[in-house]
Write a protein that binds this ligand. Structure first.
Ligand SMILES: [Zn+2]
Length: 683
């Protein structure tokens, strides 16, 4: 039995251990077509049963099995791909490869700890071995061969950051023209305040090493299987600034002339609150922003591989989010790697098959060329190079800021995007990576800043363009004076006297950091921090129209210390809506109302737009309303039914206002049945 090709492409990552190989292979042949799986990605030498650096004799024997899987898959119309579980290695876990690979240089951490199995990517012994290993993989002619996210400079258990081995230190010493020891380098990398010039040199070297390494892997595979594509598992661009990663160059090096696949992480390995999906969807958008031409197949994974980790419903939602945000496929790491039959967890397979028509229809609509709209967020590959370190900070603190900005907006129904839009929102130090000219362009549009981002602009000499005459570095509110709450009082922005929001942020038992700011004469204060007698003491949110013709809003809280459950509130939604529509001088590209914790989007695809809403609470929304910045007239609307048909619905209606359009859905939206509406516009 062969299935028709899918738009919602399912790629299953599956291990066939030597002791259950025959049984597992028979089951794949039987169940993959039933589960509507399009591709098998065989995971080799995996998880608990990894040997570390794969022994060549073991792999030569296993290669015979890989040929058999490839052959069997061909017969049932399922594509064959490969996922070696390690590149340089994720973790040692007691494995020591220095005996089997004499002379192996292993990774050395920032603290001097030496790995026993995870290899330095520059090491010629590792490269010699990897060349043989990846040749054996390549000879089986996989459609895609995945490179794991161990191709990075962090999280190689037992070390956190690396590699600071002698080989790396020697190369760095040559680059800067004198011998440098690890301790001296680290002191320079983490110099508080303005970055030492070695930070840029170090990250540039790491970037070069990683580009060489992935290109070496690609050329090794292409020497025996020119048609294979390389796939990249990654850990999120905000983390990969720690590698100094230049995504475009990295992608080109890895592609070696072929298209590449990209597997953005979705996290949520264990089912938790549905709000975990804010991270997942952002990971898709941000990774795509960095690798715009890659073929995206998200990572839908549960650990440890049973419904104790994740329900089938949660798994379905993760798949739906992947397709709603335009991915071509999902890679599913759902079943364990020790040979347990898939049939032992039949709920997953049943869900995959049952949801295929729905996901196919969703994927077909979301994969149309177009762009996702919203408030623009920022990323810069060089964020770690320009970030100012705090005294005593660890290397990991150089990761890029900004996740909190995405969450304050998305949780309150304001969709975000990494594509160019009229209003930009940013927090933390990301702006340091941008040039003065780029900053001036941003200041001429609409710009929402937290305290830290405002401080960066102030230090760069843009104080009078953001409406501040002074700003103190953020510090814990309790070190300033006893403060009770933020009062959102300004009626022009939707506030009212005695409208309070807690300062017990981000949640119970925590307190945020606040900057004491002094607004200039033409700036307007929208909210203020009040003392226990409800007297205004410090500005909270301040808005300003500058001489570049732009509009700026500064929130005096440092978002990375303030954003959490307690930050979210109906008052907050009104505040954000009031201030952001003022910044945009009209309606935002898309906002949604009708309940709490939406995950909403709008994708414009020429004559149609796709609107989507995931309800990330267990309570049903009684109805939903999308507000769109739009001049065109609606000529048709359809909703995606559970059986995968696009159909007209009496629950749908639209209403035109000045410069905006409201699309209403007057029926419940539940967490397990996300809402998708396709709007057709008048030409
Ligand atoms: Zn090294």
């Amino acid at each position: 039995m062969k299935n028709p090709p899918s738009t919602a492409w399912y790629a299953l990552r599956r291990s066939l251990p030597t002791w259950s190989f025959e049984k597992n292979l028979r089951e794949l042949v039987k169940l993959l077509p039933e589960y509507r799986i399009d591709e098998i990605i065989v995971v080799v030498d995996t998880e608990d049963f990894t040997h570390g650096q794969p022994p060549l004799d073991w792999l030569r024997a296993y290669q015979t099995g890989l040929f058999r899987i490839a052959e069997a898959m061909k017969k049932i119309g399922v594509r064959y791909s490969l996922n070696p579980w390690i590149t340089v290695g994720h973790c040692d876990r007691g494995r020591d490869d220095r005996g089997t690979l004499p002379g192996l240089t292993t990774m050395v951490g920032d603290n001097g700890v030496e790995c026993t199995s995870c290899a330095c990517p520059m090491d010629p012994v590792w490269r010699g071995h990897a060349k043989e290993v990846w040749t054996l993989y390549g000879q089986t002619r996989p459609a895609v061969i995945w490179v794991e996210d161990d191709i990075r400079t962090f999280n190689h258990e037992p070390i956190q950051f690396g590699c600071f081995c002698e080989r790396h230190m020697a190369r760095f010493s040559r680059a800067v023209g004198r011998p440098v020891a690890r301790e001296e380098l680290l002191a320079a990398l983490m110099q508080p305040g303005r970055p030492h010039e070695w930070r840029g040199a170090w990250l540039s070297m790491q970037r070069g090493v990683m580009n060489e390494t992935v290109n070496f892997l690609a050329r090794t595979v292409h020497a025996v299987s020119p048609e294979s594509c390389l796939g990249l598992m990654s850990s999120g661009p905000r983390q990969h600034v720690l590698d100094g990663r230049d995504w475009r160059a990295f992608g080109e090096a890895m592609g070696d002339g072929r298209p590449i696949y990209s597997r953005p992480p979705m996290d949520n390995y264990v089912e938790g609150p549905l709000r975990g999906f804010y991270y997942s969807h952002d990971s898709i958008k941000l990774t795509r922003h960095c690798l715009p031409t890659a073929i995206d197949q998200t990572e839908v994974e549960n650990i440890p591989f049973t419904r104790y980790a994740k329900s089938a419903t949660f798994t379905f939602l993760e798949m739906a989010i992947s397709f709603a945000y335009g991915c071509q496929g999902v890679t599913m790491n759902i079943y364990d790697h020790s040979g347990v039959p898939m049939a032992d967890e039949p709920w997953y397979g049943r869900t995959f098959a049952e949801k295929k028509p729905f996901l196919n229809a969703l994927a077909a609509a979301a994969q149309k060329p177009g762009r996702y709209r919203g408030v623009q967020l920022l990323h810069h590959d060089r964020s770690a190079e320009s970030k100012h370190a705090a005294p005593g900070a660890r290397y990991g603190s150089l990761a890029e800021d900004g996740a909190a900005t995405m969450e304050i907006l998305e949780t309150h129904g304001l969709a975000t995007t990494y594509d160019a839009e009229g209003v930009i929102a940013t927090s933390g130090q990301t702006l340091r990576a941008f040039s003065d000219e780029q900053l001036r362009t941003m200041l001429a549009g609409g710009l929402l800043l937290d305290a830290r981002a405002a401080l960066v602009l102030f230090e760069r000499g843009f104080g009078d363009q953001i409406g501040l005459t002074s700003i103190q570095p953020p510090r814990c509110v309790d070190e300033i004076e006893p403060l009770g709450a933020e009062e959102f009082f300004h009626p022009d922005f939707g506030g009212a006297e005695k409208t309070f929001m807690t300062l017990t942020l981000p949640w119970l038992m925590c307190r945020p950091s606040l900057s004491a700011i002094e607004p200039g004469p033409r700036a307007r204060v929208v909210s203020r921090m009040v003392n226990p007698d409800a007297q205004g003491r410090y500005p909270g949110m301040v808005v300003f129209e500058n001489s570049l013709g732009g509009r700026v809003a500064v929130h005096a809280l440092e978002l990375s210390t303030a954003f959490g459950t307690a930050f979210c509130h109906p008052h907050r939604r009104r505040q954000l809506m009031g201030v952001l529509t003022w910044l945009a001088r009209g309606p935002l590209p898309v906002s949604v109302d009708g309940g709490v914790y939406p995950l909403a989007f709008r994708k414009d695809c020429g004559e149609t737009s796709l609107l989507g809403l995931f309800n990330l609470t267990l309570d049903a929304w009684p109805h939903a309303e999308f507000t769109l910045a739009e001049q065109r007239r609606v000529v048709g609307m359809k909703v995606l039914k559970q059986d995968g048909r696009w159909a007209k619905s009496k629950a749908l209606s639209s209403r035109k206002r000045a410069g905006s359009l409201t699309v209403s859905y007057d029926a419940p939206v539940t967490f397990d049945e996300p809402l998708f509406v396709e709007v057709t516009w008048d030409k």
